[in-house]
Design a protein around this ligand. Structure first.
Ligand code: HEM
Length: 482
């Protein structure tokens, strides 16, 4: 579509607008996004309108990209243009006006807080420093499964959620929870995640903000924000009262507090930055890790031959280790285990539309003009199932990753479960290490089957609704010790 100059400040008078479905008055294409699984509806639209199309979500223009080559153009070649994020209403209300990393607009402040996260909180060295914590918690997880083994119905999802929450919480706060029960922190973070998944009226109709107030969302956001702030303040107070002494293990909040006090390369965090950053670790880390473990496990159960191969490999390497258990050092030798996790992430990325981006200036993409402040969604779920890039794209075939230099770093845009470019996920090492250790231990210590003799054909992997789908029903399995 070509439109005559629209007075948007472009030098040339004709603008090439991306194709897309016809927009209805007022709501635009909002109804097209509807349904339980937006990534599926958007895949359908890409089949009709091509790998780059334009939607009007209410009054907000939104470009959707659904192929590896366009993801390359957007997230790598033009990363410097598509590097901001929109600030959703619920994130503004709960994350101190989006002072965290994930929802922050592009700019110097984002650069500084992201650098602090990358260098101090999520670096390989820091990830290694949590080795003892991971081993201890995974051992407890194995014990809990062991206690339930022999039973026909074990709620594996619940055990995985508990494990990931505990590891993130202890990495972030240690045991210094300001006198609160771990369950209180967990419930609060869950409430925050639910709220962040809610699209406000003002996100799509900026002029109708009063409707968020009238419909009660404003009150809900304020209530959650106040409770959340109380939780974080209490942990902060306990950390400030118990500054780490030499030789004592620090948690992530200790790290942030020392930057708050002493600065880092001339940059100082204020107290609000510290709170927003620590919340980011929870929202970005917990659900993503647990869903990756759950989907991989579900796929392996549905593909018992693949499970047997992974088990054989894990048991071989673990038995050869001095302690006869799975050690983190052994993980890198387990190439089939890695391949199975990658294959699960290809088919079930926990963030199927990445976190929306926003362009910071007018540009051209794929022959179309894209204006500044256009929202962008990258359908990584559709890209992972694109038959142009993947043979037998819908099948779970881990071995396709063996001998392929396809890592998590977003360099090959056929496979981008962690996004790519400057806004790509900084928590890859933190996340994958726990995923790998947990699954290796599940494979090593136990045999898994569907409960009550259920046959594989009737075991469907149905997604829950929402922007970060997991399994719709908890993963219930029969478990037997090795
Ligand atoms: C398997 C686990 C994980 C998956 C699949 C995942 C996925 C993602 C994705 C898709 C994005 C958006 C990337 C983009 O826009 O290009 C992202 C961003 C982010 N992730 Fe992760 N993530 C995981 C684990 C973690 C962990 C453990 C942390 C921290 C503890 C973390 C922290 C972040 C942050 C802070 C951002 C925002 C980056 C920015 O906007 O600059 N993630 N993640």
């Amino acid at each position: 579509v070509v439109v005559r100059g629209s007075g948007t400040g472009r030098k040339y008078g004709v603008r090439a607008v991306p194709p897309g479905p016809l927009a209805l008055p007022i709501i635009g294409n909002l109804h097209k996004l509807g349904g339980a699984h937006p990534h599926r509806s958007l895949q359908g639209l890409a089949r009709r309108h091509g790998p780059l199309f334009l939607l009007h979500l209410g009054s907000v223009p939104t470009v959707v990209v659904s192929s590896a080559s366009l993801a390359e153009a957007l997230l790598r070649t033009q990363d410097h243009v598509f590097c901001s994020r929109p600030q959703p209403y619920t994130a503004r209300g709960t994350l101190y006006g989006c002072r965290d990393i994930a929802f922050s607009p592009y700019g110097e402040k984002w650069r500084q807080i992201r650098r602090i996260a990358v260098v101090h909180l999520l670096s390989m060295k820091r990830v290694d420093s949590f080795r003892a914590l991971r081993v201890e918690e995974v051992a407890r997880f194995v014990q809990r499964i062991g206690a339930a083994s022999g039973r026909e119905r074990v709620d594996v999802s619940e055990l995985i959620i508990d494990l990931t929450n505990t590891v993130i919480s202890k990495a972030a706060f240690g045991n210094k929870l300001g006198g609160m029960e771990p369950a209180t922190v967990r419930d609060m973070m869950k409430e925050l995640t639910v709220l962040l998944g809610t699209i406000a009226v003002s996100d799509v109709f900026p002029r109708l903000g009063w409707l968020d107030w009238a419909m009660g969302l404003d009150a809900r956001v304020k209530r959650t924000a106040a409770r959340l702030d109380t939780v974080v303040e209490r942990t902060l107070a306990e950390h400030e009262g118990n500054r780490v002494k030499d030789g004592e293990a620090c948690d992530l909040l200790d790290d942030l507090l020392s930057i708050y006090k002493d600065g880092d390369q001339g940059f100082k965090l204020d107290r609000t930055d510290v709170k927003a950053l620590i919340l980011d670790m929870f929202i970005a880390g917990t659900d993503t890790i647990y869903k990756t473990i759950e989907w991989t496990m579900a796929e392996l159960v549905r593909n018992p031959r693949e499970m047997a191969k992974v088990q054989y490999e894990v048991r071989l390497h673990a038995a050869a280790s001095a302690q006869g258990v799975v050690l983190e050092e052994e993980l890198e030798k387990m190439s089939l285990l890695h391949a199975a996790i990658k294959e699960a992430l290809r088919l079930h990325p926990p963030v199927p539309l990445l976190i929306p981006r926003e362009s910071i200036e007018d540009t051209r993409l794929h022959g179309y003009d894209i204006l500044a402040k256009t929202r962008v969604m990258v359908n990584t779920w559709a890209i992972g199932r694109d038959s142009e890039s993947w043979e037998n794209a819908e099948e779970f075939l881990p071995e396709r990753f063996i001998g392929q230099a396809m890592e998590y770093n977003g360099k090959d845009t056929r496979f981008i479960p962690f996004g790519a470019g400057r806004r790509g996920c900084p928590g890859i090492a933190f996340g994958t290490r726990l995923v790998e250790l947990t699954l290796a231990n599940m494979m090593y210590h136990f045999d898994w089957k569907l409960p009550n003799g259920q046959d594989i054909e009737s075991f469907e992997l149905i997604e829950s609704s929402g922007l970060s789908p997991g399994l719709k029903s908890a993963l219930i399995l029969a478990v037997k010790p090795l």
